[in-house]
Write a new protein. Sequence first.
Lengths: 328, 267
Amino acid sequence: MASTETAGTETAGTEDDAAAVGTAADAAAAAAPAAARPRKAADSHDLAGLEAGLDALDTVQVRRASLGQTLVSKALPPVVAVALVLVVWQLLVWAEVTDSYKLPAPSEVWDEVSDAWLRGTLLDYIWTSVSRGLLGFLLALVIGTPLGLLVARVKSVRAGIGPILSGLQSLPSVAWVPPAVIWLGLNDSMMFAVILLGAVPSIANGLVSGVDQVPPLFLRAGRTLGATGLRSTWHIVMPAALPGYLAGLKQGWAFSWRSLMAAEIIASSPELGVGLGQLLENGRTASSMPMVFLAIFLILIVGIAIDLLIFSPLERSVLRSRGLLVKS
Amino acid sequence: MATALTTQVADVDTAAEPPAYAARLAHVSKSFGRPGARQLVLDDITLDVAPGEFVTLLGASGCGKSTLLNLVAGLDRPSAGTIEVPGARPSLMFQEHALFPWLTAGKNIELALKLRGVPGGERRAEAERLLELVRLGGAHGKRVHELSGGMRQRVALARALAQDSQLLLMDEPFAALDAITRDVLHDELTRVWRETDLSVLFVTHNVREAVRLAQRVVLLSSRPGRVAREWKVDIPQPRRIEDAAVAELSVEITEELRGEIRRHGQH
């Protein structure tokens, strides 16, 4: 030990212990065992107790609301809001503010629902669109994720296609329907193409902003732990960017669903089957407002349901596990 | 020991006999900025940390303490001079705990073990052992936000120890803690250091803390950072921050530090 003390440590202090080298402290500790040892044992015991006390005092208590509270605070307000809308709607119909073919009564729309249900076509409408939408969304996920990572992590790629990707997000995806029909014809692949062009930029951009918001401290910590390159991406960057990524997925789903509806309304063909967009178009050509309302409600309900059943729980569980939903 | 060394680290023959130092800095300088407008941050730092030694680097703002640690950690390269760190990549603790919030306390440690190459079956037990070492035995499944500031730094210490390197670099790790917790963590760090064969290079601007912990205190001057002076601290451990001997040496070092700071007001 002493031999290592020579290089670069010539600036010795004025203290009289300057001659003593590295082992001095150890030697001193060893030379005074009678004094040091009892104190050490007592200290050690005290320290454990002190630490346990501090830990108990400082620990954050995380409390979750009960199911009943959640129902009252989360489910009740939207139910009341929907009930209010129905009441106002019925009042407008009774007041005959407009012709009855323009504004059907809620009961007429309900008849349309039960009709479709009894004919067994209601679930078909929904499933045709939902299966298309979800499959298209999954494809967009598979393409958008690596694309987003590339844009976020590779400077030249970001400079090259970053702005285009942001620009594509503001382009209404309905604009892609005419070229998609011409290139691919009236079939499912044309629908998927329109969904992809709508959703991929959202998903990729979400991931890019998630990666941009990763605290540099995590990257430094990761590097000191030995996470570089792909291992850093997998163990540090991706999990750290997860909240932003999920927000992108949520928006990506909204864009998928909207693109799909636009495609279904514009492009109709018997081979495509009747989805919700087609149902809406059928309602328009038949001048059946109850059918139009039914289609609009179903489109809205599916969009909300997917968000409530898939994305919101996912987002909340991620945020909660990171302590980002804790209220003090 | 088999882990690849950081790039600027000269290869040392570990097979023969253990190297006589845990870190060796020879004439290290570092400057930032474009050519023509370069700012010298560290100037000709020469410093050895012996195996098992506890060294504190002390200095006012602008002395380049954190820059120096980054260099030793291999996160940045020196502009001149050499840094040798034999063995595994040094572990680094920050002022912020830097634990990953998407993992539990235990999984944070297991990630460090995984990145070090410890097989999957052994990680859990090793993480438990390290948590026991910092007296957080039951905290494996705790989320980071459920832990207090002191507990987080102890988990961070356990994670740093999981890297199994010979050298632990600490960048003002207790600066953000309250006085009582900091005091407890001083005791804890001293205990862990004595139970392991770690060398520690500890950066701080707190003189008392430096004296309380170290075997050797190195004072850096500011702008650029140079080794101004160093003191051997042979006050026997366990020490307390309020010990008379600690206070006495702190007064002396503080005077010196103030002198260094005053020099900057004179130009």
